[in-house]
Design a protein around this ligand. Structure first.
Ligand SMILES: NC(=O)c1ccc[n+]([C@@H]2O[C@H](COP(=O)([O-])OP(=O)(O)OC[C@H]3O[C@@H](n4cnc5c(N)ncnc54)[C@H](O)[C@@H]3O)[C@@H](O)[C@H]2O)c1
Length: 251
């Protein structure tokens, strides 16, 4: 990824932070994007990358807002001259049975997870089309094992994570011959605040379908994300890659 530049959303924490660190380690410029309310942690991610010899800065955004999706891309292009990769990773979950999910919670999960991914991809693809062929750019979206099957109490979340795979596949086929690759990762239970802040019995329930009975480390997702963005994955596009210790393989 030496000499490349791009962005990671939700990079103040968890999987996004691990991916941002890994992009930085691999020599890429990183725009560390997250909510204004997460600025301190986001600045910390950027500082960690710089301390390790990388190149990064923080940008506040709300991925649910169209103007922010566009502004993030513009900032990467302004700072590094082009955008080569993007990791649309910011996401939220609401834990409730479907019939008890409020309309407001449903709309918020859709706005952040699904609309946010759509808005990000739209502006990233437009900017990548300005790059020289043949390999103009690579996008990785964070779906979930809940993008490949249902997960109890995560109906709204699972709907958005399935939807992210639809966006991923469509963009992959529409822009393949333009030299833009679009893939998704589908993590299993990864030990981040999204998991660790849940009650222990709920954590155990989410972990139970995994064949490996340990939670994943965010760095284990980052390895897949950065590989998918690299030239090593030059013939890989449109995939929904489980990084999930066999949780969708069967249980
Ligand atoms: N942790 C898991 O077990 C797991 C499993 C599968 C998928 N995922 C997905 O991985 C992604 C990252 O999750 P995580 O586990 O690292 O969670 P996390 O809560 O540690 O990090 C999520 C980050 O997204 C940011 N964010 C939330 N809403 C935002 C918005 N509107 N605009 C910009 N940033 C926003 C948060 O501030 C936070 O820093 C999410 O899409 C999540 O659904 C996580």
């Amino acid at each position: 990824m030496e000499g490349r530049a791009g962005l990671v959303t939700g990079a103040a924490s968890g999987i996004g932070r691990a991916c941002a660190l890994r992009f930085g380690e691999e020599g890429a410029g990183v725009l560390v994007a997250d909510l204004e309310s997460a600025r301190a942690a986001g600045e910390e991610t950027a500082a960690m990358i710089r301390a390790a010899g990388g190149d990064a800065e923080f940008a506040a955004c709300d991925v649910a807002l169209a103007a922010d999706g566009e502004a993030l891309v513009a900032r990467v292009v302004q700072r590094w001259g082009r955008i080569d990769y993007a990791h649309n990773n910011a996401g939220i979950g609401v834990h409730a049975p479907l019939a008890e999910t409020s309309d407001e919670d449903f709309d918020r999960v859709v706005a952040v997870n699904l609309r946010g991914t759509f808005l990000g991809m739209k502006h990233q693809i437009r900017a990548m089309l300005a790059n020289d062929p043949p390999a103009r750019g690579a996008i990785v979206n964070t779906s979930s094992n809940a993008g490949l099957r249902g997960v109890h109490m995560l109906g709204a979340y699972a709907a958005t994570k399935h939807g992210i795979l639809g966006l991923t596949k469509n963009a992959a086929i529409e822009y393949a011959d333009d030299g833009i690759r679009v893939n998704a990762v589908c993590p299993g239970a990864i030990m981040t605040p999204l998991m660790s802040e849940l009650p222990p019995d709920r954590q155990a329930e989410i972990l139970s379908p995994q064949a490996m009975s340990r939670p994943g480390d965010p760095a284990e997702v980052a390895a897949a994300v950065v590989w998918l963005c690299s030239d090593q994955a030059s013939f890989v596009t449109g995939v929904a890659m489980p990084v999930d210790a066999a949780s969708v393989a069967g249980w």
